[in-house]
Design a protein around this ligand. Structure first.
Ligand code: PLP
Length: 304
């Protein structure tokens, strides 16, 4: 007997296309620039934002090949681990989360990992050296010895299927804006977004990780576009001035900006990605980077 196929993710009734809202924001209005928010955070309560767009095609592929166990990777506060765990619970996949940092193994779970565990994810803590080598054959072989058969979804969920899923984000924005800006962690969302936009539209990715010069994401996004679409697609550029020291780091300026933006618009901001995106975008607007009369769309990839 084979177990029944997990349901298609579309049975979870995602809100697609996601809403597009215009907001009046002084730093943009002063320059004659329209600001739109692409509310991907509203796609699904348990699988928000780009995590829906990246996971859905991977879950469909797993269902199609009869794979029922998903293994993926992330840090202790990874939104991707949480989304994968939730998808597993909602659609009937077993999930395994390989977590960076073996010092966490004995400690109480933080709220994010506790949510993963409550959704049925098996958590496996690994030291940082092994984590860096997580896609090496010997490391994967050890994981197979421990957990049996599984389908690997990469860190951040960013693979070619994910980039293809995120091209719908670009397609939904065709004709709506001159520049579309998104925060980047692993780059899958930017790779797909740029590929889906129409001619004349530009994608701008704001790196939230410190990544050297040129930023490591430059090569990652090119590689993802090659794997997903056969080559470079669309116009895109990376902005690496607004990571504020690195992943999950913050600065007094960033915090002050985010607090003020939340007050102005009564919109709580996700602080690891979305706040840095809006901070960077607002700074660029102040520098005159966007022409008067043009429209900028900021992708709200998740909520707090
Ligand atoms: C995961 C995530 C991102 C980063 O997406 P990548 O495809 O990894 O670049 C951006 N914003 C939020 C809210 C996220 O959770």
């Amino acid at each position: 007997m084979t177990s029944p196929a997990p349901p298609d993710p579309s049975t979870l009734r995602p809100r697609l296309p996601s809403p597009l809202q215009e907001i009046e924001d002084e730093p943009f209005a002063r320059r004659g620039v329209r600001l739109l928010l692409k509310r991907d955070d509203l796609i699904h309560p348990a699988l928000p934002g780009n995590k829906w767009r990246k996971l859905a095609p991977n879950l469909r592929a797993a269902a199609a090949t009869g794979e029922r166990v998903l293994l993926t990777f992330g840090g202790a506060y990874s939104n991707h681990l949480r989304a994968t765990a939730a998808a597993g619970r909602l659609l009937g996949f077993a999930t395994i989360g390989v977590v960076r940092g073996d010092e966490l193994a004995g400690a109480p779970l933080n709220p994010s990992l506790a949510r993963c565990a409550a959704d049925g994810m098996r958590l496996h803590f690994t030291d940082r050296g092994t984590y860096r080598r997580k896609t090496d054959p010997d490391v994967l072989a050890d994981l197979h010895d421990r957990f049996g058969a599984f389908r690997v979804i990469p860190e951040g969920g960013s693979n070619s299927l994910a980039a293809q899923g995120c091209s719908n984000l670009g397609r939904e924005l065709r004709g709506a804006a001159d520049t579309v800006a998104v925060a980047c962690g692993t780059g899958g969302t930017l790779a797909g977004l740029a590929a889906g936009l129409g001619p004349g539209q530009r994608a701008l990715g704001f790196a939230v990780l410190k990544g050297g010069r040129p930023h490591f994401l430059q090569g990652t996004v090119e590689e993802l576009q090659r794997a997903a679409f056969g080559g470079r697609r669309g116009y895109w550029r990376l902005e690496d001035r607004f990571h504020c020291g690195g992943y999950a780091r913050r600065s007094p300026e960033l915090d002050a900006f985010a607090d003020a933006f939340e007050d102005r618009h009564d919109l709580p901001l996700e602080r690891i990605y979305v706040a840095k995106l809006l901070y960077g975008l607002t700074t660029l607007a102040g520098e005159g980077a966007f022409a008067a009369g043009s429209t900028v769309a900021a992708v709200i990839t998740g909520g707090p």
